[in-house]
Design a protein around this ligand. Structure first.
Ligand SMILES: [Fe+2]
Ligand SMILES: [Fe+2]
Length: 188
């Protein structure tokens, strides 16, 4: 398997743990318990950061080569790239919602549950679709030269969740997640 696909799979696994952590807090809120919205805010800050800046662009670079190889995949891949844009808007929406909560604005419980429920469902469905359909297809279609070209065009940078810059960014999330089963600090 290409090292890039391996990294994307690892990023999905880590993202799934983060989504589980988010769901745990949103469920607590839905049940009238005390939820850790500071953690929710860090999660949403993170979702706006690395996945939007690095993970989805890496995938888009691969999907562009796939269309080159198989033009008949263009429609399906356009849907997938559209899903990245939609996920970006949902991420902004959920981020804005937690910002309002942290500013002590009063929001209807159902609205908060709806925003985060939709965000969680879309993210999980997107990850499943890519892992089940598109990553295996990419592994079949791209050759070594393609992977080298994709790697060259990537504006990659370290995942800020895995590198503690000492500025306190993502400290709560890092603490919450590092010991979760299935989370890897080794890659992506
Ligand atoms: Fe994606
Ligand atoms: Fe992905």
């Amino acid at each position: 398997m290409s090292a890039i696909i391996e990294q994307l799979n690892q990023e999905h696994a880590n993202m799934s743990r983060i989504l589980d952590l988010l769901e745990h807090e949103i469920d607590a809120f839905g049940n009238g318990e005390v939820a850790d919205f500071h953690l929710v805010q860090e999660i949403m800050d993170y979702c706006l950061d690395y996945p939007e800046a690095c993970h989805h662009p890496k995938e888009d670079a691969i999907y562009a080569v796939m269309i080159d190889r198989r033009p008949n995949l263009a429609d399906e891949i356009a849907d997938l790239s559209g899903a990245h844009a939609k996920l970006g808007r949902q991420t902004q929406g959920a981020h804005g919602t937690v910002e309002r909560i942290m500013r002590d604005e009063t929001l209807a419980r159902d609205l908060v549950l709806d925003v985060f429920g939709t965000f969680l469902d879309s993210y999980r469905l997107h990850i499943k679709l890519e892992e089940e359909n598109f990553f295996p297809e990419a592994a079949r279609l791209l050759n070594d030269a393609d992977w080298a070209r994709v790697a060259q065009t990537l504006a990659d940078r370290p995942n800020p969740l895995l590198i503690d810059a000492g500025d306190g960014r993502f400290a709560t999330l890092r603490q919450g997640i590092l010991h979760m089963p299935g989370f890897s600090a080794a890659l992506g």
